[in-house]
Design a binder for this molecule. Structure first.
Ligand code: ADP
Ligand code: MG
Length: 311
């Protein structure tokens, strides 16, 4: 039975720099094409950590050289640039991979904005370090300009932004129409560009939306059957990295919540994936989430591997 599937690609699907991304995209396209070939409707979301980091650094260096010629680039603009550049590599790799398999399909990238709640409690305790490492003096100067700073794991000082929850995908109608028309859509890159609605205007916000939560929102708004989170591990584990580690093949939402409470999933990596999987599986009867290795997408959807989260 063909399904509507939202795939969330992790960092390993895209590499850490320009040539790595190009090569990784060819490999990632194979995993996505496997699902398209089986007749599924596929929508692709992805992370953007290294890419937006590089763009942000490059722009900041220009500004430092000549702030009049190169005024500061907002984080939202860096995010938009990363969505465009990642989408460019992904859509071309996917287009070629499909044509090589004799499949003719439109593939396109949507620059996606995601509305957040300006009252989201995340804004009162920013957690997401971004941008270049600074000395404490430099960081204090940045703080004096009104930006939050933090010491990042002994590596130096950085700017820190909030990670609010996604509320609403602004371009959802366009995405939905294209998916229904049979096109493959790449959307919500990097969790989407965070915005707040102000009347007829969308105001960009310096924040980072978790791509796993944004993918979960996207899957719900598209009424998808499956949310597939492709990452660097084949299954979710309890006691991860410990001698009594145990891989999980199936995980009910009630058990998942219990394990979340027992801190089995690392914040910032596996925790948001399990939380997103649970939210999606609980959102409507029949919806399921799958967490597995990028290369195992096809086997996972066939029920042969990965961790399936269901209500
Ligand atoms: P992505 O870029 O795909 O979002 P992350 O690095 O953020 O990848 O998250 C995936 C990583 O989470 C895995 O590679 C693994 O090292 C780590 N991890 C933390 N806790 C667990 C767990 N309980 N089970 C499996 N993996 C875990
Ligand atoms: Mg991650």
């Amino acid at each position: 039975m063909p399904k509507r599937i939202v795939i969330a690609l992790g960092g390993n699907a895209l590499g850490n720099n320009l040539p790595e991304q190009y090569a990784a995209a060819q490999n990632t396209a194979k995993a996505i094409a496997d699902l398209v070939e089986e007749g599924h409707q596929v929508v692709v979301a992805h992370g953007n950590g290294p890419q937006v980091g590089t763009i942000n650094l490059a722009m900041a260096e220009l500004t430092a050289k000549d702030p009049v010629k190169y005024p500061p680039t907002p984080l939202t603009v860096c995010g938009a640039m990363s969505q465009g550049y990642i989408g460019y590599d992904l859509q071309n790799a996917l287009r070629t991979e499909l044509l090589d398999r004799g499949i003719r399909k439109e593939v396109c990238t949507i620059i996606t904005q995601v509305a957040v709640d300006p009252q989201d409690p995340a804004f009162s305790h920013p957690t997401k370090p971004i941008g270049r490492f600074m000395t404490h003096e430099e960081a204090l100067a940045v703080e004096a300009e009104g930006q939050a700073i933090m010491e990042d794991a002994g590596r130096g000082w950085r700017r820190v932004v909030a990670s609010p929850k996604p509320r609403e995908i602004v371009e959802i109608a366009s995405i939905s129409d294209m998916v229904s028309a049979g096109h493959i859509v790449i959307a919500c890159g990097g969790g989407g560009i965070p915005v707040v609605r102000r009347g007829n205007r969308l105001e960009g916000i310096a924040a980072v939306i978790d791509k796993d939560f944004a993918s979960c929102r996207l899957a719900q708004e598209l009424d998808a059957d499956y949310l597939i989170i492709l990452t660097a591990v084949e299954k979710v584990a309890i006691n991860f990295g410990k001698p009594d580690q145990q891989w999980l093949s199936e995980l009910g939402t009630a058990d998942a919540k219990k394990l979340i409470g027992e801190n089995h999933f690392a914040p910032g990596s596996m925790l948001p994936k399990v939380q997103a999987a649970v939210e999606f599986a609980e959102s409507k009867a029949g919806r399921r989430a799958l967490i597995t290795l990028l290369e195992k997408a096809k086997e996972g959807i066939a029920g042969r591997t990965g961790t399936v989260v269901c209500d």
